[in-house]
Design a protein around this ligand. Structure first.
Ligand code: 5GP
Length: 224
């Protein structure tokens, strides 16, 4: 009866480093097969266990800058001294193929996308408290104390951008946060402005006319 937009939905999930974006995203993807997560490019050095082409495309700073110059990045930002960005071409390809594309990125990049594509879906993930955020960052043991404090300070500034997003999820328990993300995406896909066409076949048209004739459709609501 309705034809929805063929292009997929662009979903931007961001929030401070340590808010649990990747865990929540992995859990949501498990139950949402139509989601494709973009692989970012970074000039950061790989951490132990990270795989090139899966976790990130790891490149040198020069190579990253060349990609910016060539207009190949949909967005990019410098975060904690390293470049991070989303390659444009693969995202476009997946959207055109009808896939919902998920970008798990920090705030500066998310705001660049908001400027260019305001109709995308913007979700902000918050930690339950700043104390918990610090604890999570420490537990990861991926940063030196100095770098960790830098990320923590950045988190304070980033939270000020929350009003620019459409939805916020507090990540107390990752599975519950993932369920909320799933609900938000499903609701967004049901929005009336994603409908391209409404059509009725002849039987449905006839039924519609009968309902109108019987005044069932337009009957006023009586809430007494
Ligand atoms: P990490 O070094 O911990 O992997 O990532 C640092 C921050 O960069 C995280 O908040 C992560 O979500 C963000 N990030 C990862 N990929 C991208 C990207 O393509 N663009 C932007 N703007 N941020 C990203």
């Amino acid at each position: 009866m309705i034809k929805t937009k063929k292009q997929g939905l662009l979903i931007v999930l961001s929030g401070p480093s340590g808010s649990g974006k990747n865990t929540v995203c992995d859990m949501a993807k498990e139950v949402m097969p139509n989601i494709w997560e973009s692989v970012s490019m970074t000039s950061r050095k790989p951490r132990k266990g990270e795989v090139d082409g899966k976790d990130y495309y790891f490149v040198s700073e020069e190579e990253f800058e060349k990609n910016i110059e060539d207009g190949k990045m949909l967005e990019h930002a410098k975060f904690a001294g390293n470049y991070y960005g989303t390659p444009r071409e693969s995202v476009q390809k997946q959207l055109d193929a009808g896939k919902d594309v998920l970008l798990v990125i920090e705030i500066q990049g998310a705001l660049q996308i908001k400027e260019k594509i305001p109709q995308a879906l913007f979700v902000f993930l918050l930690p339950p408290s700043m104390k918990e955020l610090k604890r999570r960052l420490r537990m990861r043991k991926t940063e030196t104390e100095e770098k960790l404090m830098e990320r923590f300070e950045t988190a304070y500034k980033e939270i000020n951008e929350l009003p620019k997003y459409n939805y916020v999820i507090v990540n107390d328990k990752a599975d519950e946060a993932a369920r909320k993300l799933e609900a938000i995406i499903n609701a967004e896909k049901c929005r009336v402005d994603r409908i391209e066409e409404v059509f009725l076949d002849t039987d449905e048209e006839r039924l519609h006319e009968e309902l109108v004739d019987k005044d069932l459709v337009n009957e006023p609501l009586d809430l007494k």
